[in-house]
Ligand binder design. Structure first.
Ligand code: PEP
Length: 258
């Protein structure tokens, strides 16, 4: 049984005080979450404030991106080692906003994943198709290409340390989520690929999150799908009550009560 994981992606929202307060409110709202793991990925400048608010809490800290080198002349970048030292346990890699806005390539994403594994933080690889690609029937082709490229060169043991998120681009920040059936179909396809790239055992233990307009009112239906192992949440993670409700609904899948 895979424990659902719910990850808050705060994107470029929240200064020091705001981030600390939001993390504290999530912590207070969840008390000790059972049957679900929770992570918060704030902007880099807020990592220390959120880490301070989460001391003694099982809620994990995560980064939203990293560079593939551990140090060097890379102005404006932050390495996976630095994130690990700041207390991060996972790092989002290859988010569609980085692929589209920052023109991040599959090769760079692959190098970032390698850097995360070397630094001992779990890379959370995001894959997903555009609306046009879905219309053209290219969804499986696109996500397969992104997964194969992102994990290129990894052995089964390394794949076993990775997290995956299916985030259809047409669903991110639009208010239009994939239906549970649409998401489950892609998750099932991805799990088959994970099995090919590693082993059946690794694939059955790999958590594949869904992201794209997850809200308190759709989280239950989405995470009840056996193939959906939690959520990557953008907009709805910026308010403690909605994020806490999403976590509770995701925990309900495992029958856990707080
Ligand atoms: C995201 O950016 O990863 C995301 C899923 O955003 P939203 O929940 O706002 O669609």
């Amino acid at each position: 049984m895979r424990t659902p994981l719910v990850v808050a992606n705060w994107k470029m929202h929240g200064g020091l005080a705001e981030s600390g307060e939001l993390a504290q409110a999530v912590r207070d709202g969840l008390k000790r979450p059972r049957g679900v793991e929770v992570a918060i990925c704030p902007p880099f400048t807020s990592l220390t404030a959120v880490a301070a608010a989460l001391v003694g809490s099982p809620i994990l800290l995560g980064g939203q991106n990293c560079h593939w080198e551990s140090r060097g002349a890379f102005t404006g970048e932050v390495s996976a080692e630095m994130l690990a030292e700041a207390g991060c346990r996972l790092v989002i890699v290859g988010h569609s906003e980085r692929r589209q806005v920052m023109r991040e390539t599959d090769d760079e994403i692959n190098r970032k994943i390698g850097a995360c594994l070397r630094a001992g933080v779990q890379p959370l690889l995001c894959v997903g198709e555009t609306a046009e690609e879905r219309r053209q029937g290219l969804t499986f082709t696109v996500v397969e290409g992104q997964l194969r490229a992102g994990w290129a060169g990894l052995g089964a043991a390394e794949i076993g340390r990775c997290l995956l998120a299916y985030e259809p681009i047409w669903a991110i920040g639009t208010g239009v989520n994939a239906t549970p059936a649409q998401a489950a179909e892609v998750h099932g396809y991805l799990r088959g690929l994970v099995s090919q790239l590693s082993s059946k055992e690794v694939a059955s233990a790999t958590r594949i999150l869904y992201g794209g307009s997850v809200k308190a009112d759709n989280a239950g239906d989405l995470t009840q799908e056996p193939e959906i192992d939690g959520a990557l949440v953008g907009g709805a993670s910026l308010q403690a009550p909605s994020f806490v409700a999403i976590v509770r609904k995701s925990a309900a899948r495992s029958g856990a009560k707080e």
